[in-house]
Design a protein. Structure first.
Length: 101
């Protein structure tokens, strides 16, 4: 889902990722255009609330990233609908999908 849109996992190793929060990074080629607040507001208007990234200080200045909570009673259809809405928001923000790496 999110990778097909062009996002990258902040934690690269599948086995090291948690089950509660997932952090995604915006590709380096798109960092200058990225506006978390616009992304956040547009998703919130669609009833999805995400979180700003909480990255180590050394990487925070160079990473355009955000976190998605994935805890609770979620179904495959919930995740698929979220990804569809993210794609719509990206296009509204002027990004091509998938985003440039």
């Amino acid at each position: 889902g999110m990778v097909k849109l062009g996002f990258e996992f902040y934690v690269k190793d599948d086995a090291s990722r948690g089950y509660i929060i997932t952090t995604f990074q915006v590709p380096d080629a798109e960092k200058d255009k990225w506006d978390f607040n616009v992304f956040y507001d547009k998703l919130k208007d669609r009833r999805y609330v995400i979180y700003p990234a909480s990255l180590p200080p050394a990487s925070a200045s160079s990473a355009a990233a955000f976190r998605v909570g994935n805890i609770g009673q979620l179904f495959q259809s919930d995740v698929e609908e979220f990804v569809k809405e993210v794609e719509v928001v990206l296009k509204e923000m002027g990004f091509s999908v998938p985003m440039k790496a």
